[in-house]
Design a protein around this ligand. Structure first.
Ligand code: NAD
Length: 474
C-alpha cells in the first residue's frame, strides 16, 4: 500500500478525538503492538512519538507507509498525521514525555525464557534521557516481576541530583513503572485496540494509575486495575489458556479421526455451552505466531524457576509440536516420494490478515518438503515476500538423480494448483477459502489435498473427485 490510496475505514469510529488535555506520549518499538498502540492513542487525541531503531521502518512511516500489514492501520496513520511523529531519535522523544510505552520484542531464548535485553536497552535509554517526571508503561509481554526490575534498573541508572545539577537539568525526577499488557491479535489489531474487551492496568501507585486512566479514558473501554505482578500474570495466563484451548481441540480432533467422529460437529456441539464458548474451538495444524509459542514456553520456564511444573501448559506445547507436521506425515504415508512432484502450498503466514511468518506451520513444513525433493509452488496474498527472504526462489538441482527440491512463488492460487500432484493448505486466507472444490479437480494433475484449516466439507471434496485429508474428520 502507499500513502496515496486510502480505503474507507472498516471501523465505525472514523473521527479522531480532540482532547482538552492530550498527553505527550512516546512509544518505544513500532512493531505490531507499538505502532498500533501509538496510532490508536493518537486517534484518541494524544500526541504520540513512535521510536524505532530500524531506520528503514522509520523512513517508511515518515512517508505515511505502514511497515507492517494490518487492516486500517495506514488509514489511521494518515488521518492522525498531525498528532504522530516517527523517529529514531529516542532522546528527543523520551525527555519531555508524560508517558513512555515500551512495546519492543521479548523473543524466546533457547531455554524457553523470555529475552529481556530489548526492554533493558529501552530502560537504559529512558534513564539517561528523561528530564521530567514520567510514567514508563511496559506493554511488551514480560515474566512476572519484570516491571519491578525495570523500575529498579531505571532508578539505578538515572543521573544523580549532583550530575543533573552540573548539567543544568531538573533534580528529583520521578520515574514510575506500570504494567499495561496488550491483548490485540494480529490481523485485527486496530479493531482490537480501539474496541478492546478490557484494558489491564498494573500498578500500586495512585499517580501511575491516574496517568494511565488519562491515557485510556478517551477509549471508553472497561479498565481493570490490579497490581503489577497480577497484570503481568493476566497476560500469560490469558495467552496460555487460548493456546491450551487450541491444543485441547487438536488433541480431541486426532482422537476423533481414530474413532470416526467429526471434530467440527463436536466443536459445534460444545460451543453452545456458555461455560466453554464457541471461539477458539477450531482444530487445525497448530498455533503459531509471535505470541502463543513463546508465551507458553516462557510461563513453563517461570514455573520451573519457581520449583513448579505447569503440566497443562506443557501438554499444550507438546500437542502443538506434533500437530504442525501432522499433515506432512500423513502425506508421507500416502506417497512413495515427494521427489520431482509439483507441490502447491497455499498460505504461508501464521494466520490470515497478517504478513507475519513467526512460528507459522509453513516454516516447518516447507523445509521438510524441500528436503524430500518437492518442487514447491507457493502462494500467499501478502506473505510471499517475507517468506522469500527466508527461502529464496531456487530451481531444481539434481544430485545423483535425486532432486534437492525447488521453490517458486506465484501470484495466484490457480498458478500454484495448475498441474500440481499434491496441495497443502496452511493458512485460511479468504482468497484460498473462495476456491471451489471442483477447481482442485480441474487444475491439479492429481487432486490430492491436505487441508490444515478444515476449509472444505469432506463430502463436497469427495463429490468433486478430490482425495482430501484434513484434521479430525474422516
Ligand atoms: N504481535 C502480537 O500480536 C502481540 C500481541 C500482544 C502482545 N505482544 C507482545 O508485545 C511485544 C512486542 O511484540 P511485536 O510483535 O509488536 O514485536 P515486533 O518484533 O513486531 O516489534 C518490535 C519493534 O521494536 C523495535 N526495537 C527494538 N529495540 C528497540 C529500541 N531500543 N528502541 C526502539 N525500538 C526498538 C524493533 O526494531 C521492532 O520494530 C512482545 O513482548 C510481544 O510478546 C505481541
Amino acid at each position: 500500500m502507499n500513502n496515496l490510496t486510502f480505503k474507507t475505514l472498516s471501523l465505525q469510529t472514523q473521527t479522531p478525538k480532540t482532547l482538552s488535555h492530550p498527553l505527550n506520549i512516546a512509544v518505544a518499538g513500532t512493531g505490531y503492538v507499538g505502532l498500533v498502540s501509538g496510532v490508536c492513542m493518537a486517534h484518541r487525541g494524544h500526541h504520540v512519538t513512535c521510536v524505532d531503531i530500524d531506520v528503514k521502518k522509520v523512513e517508511m512511516m515518515q512517508q505515511g507507509i505502514s511497515p507492517i500489514y494490518e487492516q486500517d492501520l495506514e488509514e489511521l496513520m494518515h488521518l492522525n498525521r498531525d498528532r504522530l511523529t516517527y523517529t529514531t531519535d529516542y532522546e528527543s522523544a523520551y525527555k519531555k514525555a508524560d508517558a513512555i510505552f515500551i512495546g519492543v520484542g521479548t523473543p524466546e531464548q533457547p531455554d524457553g525464557s523470555a529475552n529481556l535485553s530489548y526492554i533493558a536497552t529501552v530502560a537504559r535509554q529512558i534513564a539517561e534521557t528523561v528530564e521530567q517526571d514520567c510514567l514508563v508503561v511496559v506493554k511488551s509481554t514480560v515474566p512476572v516481576g519484570t516491571n519491578d526490575k525495570v523500575e529498579q534498573f531505571i532508578k539505578d541508572l538515572m543521573p544523580t541530583d549532583l550530575e543533573n545539577e552540573a548539567l543544568g537539568k531538573n533534580k528529583n525526577i520521578k520515574v514510575e513503572v506500570a504494567s499495561n499488557p496488550e491483548f490485540l491479535a494480529q490481523g485485527t489489531a486496530v479493531r482490537d485496540t480501539l474496541e478492546a474487551a478490557r484494558i489491564i492496568i498494573g500498578t500500586d501507585s495512585k499517580t501511575a494509575e491516574e496517568t494511565l486512566i488519562m491515557v485510556y479514558e478517551p477509549f471508553g473501554l472497561p479498565i481493570v486495575s490490579v497490581s503489577r505482578r497480577s497484570a503481568e500474570m493476566i497476560k500469560y495466563a490469558s495467552n496460555d489458556f487460548l493456546a491450551l484451548k487450541i491444543s485441547y481441540m487438536n488433541d480431541i480432533a486426532n482422537l476423533c479421526e481414530l474413532v470416526g467422529a467429526d471434530i467440527q460437529d463436536v466443536a459445534k456441539g460444545m460451543g453452545f455451552d456458555n461455560r466453554i464458548g464457541s471461539n477458539f474451538l477450531n482444530a487445525g495444524i497448530g498455533y503459531g505466531g509471535s505470541c502463543f509459542p513463546k508465551d507458553t514456553k516462557a510461563l513453563e520456564y517461570l514455573a520451573k524457576q519457581n520449583g513448579y511444573e505447569l503440566r497443562t501448559v506443557k501438554a499444550a506445547i507438546d500437542v502443538n509440536k506434533d500437530q504442525k507436521v501432522l499433515l506432512y506425515k500423513k502425506a508421507c504415508q500416502r506417497l512413495i516420494t515427494f521427489n520431482g512432484l509439483k507441490v502447491a502450498v497455499l498460505g504461508l503466514t501464521f494466520k490470515p490478515g497478517t504478513d507475519d511468518l513467526r512460528e507459522a506451520p509453513s516454516l516447518e513444513n516447507v523445509p521438510l518438503l524441500l528436503e524430500q525433493g518437492a518442487d514447491i509452488y507457493a502462494y500467499d496474498p501478502v506473505g510471499n515476500n517475507n517468506f522469500k527472504n527466508k527461502f529464496p526462489e531456487k530451481g531444481t538441482e539434481s544430485e545423483g538423480g535425486h532432486s534437492k527440491g525447488s521453490i517458486k512463488y506465484v501470484e495466484s492460487v490457480e498458478e500454484a494448483l495448475q498441474g500440481a500432484n499434491v496441495c497443502f493448505i496452511f493458512t485460511e486466507w479468504g482468497e484460498i477459502k473462495a476456491v471451489r472444490p471442483e477447481e482442485y479437480k480441474r487444475l491439479m494433475r492429481t487432486p490430492l489435498v491436505y487441508d490444515g484449516r478444515n476449509i472444505y466439507g469432506v463430502d463436497d471434496m469427495k463429490e468433486s473427485g478430490v482425495e482430501y485429508y484434513s484434521i479430525g474428520r474422516k
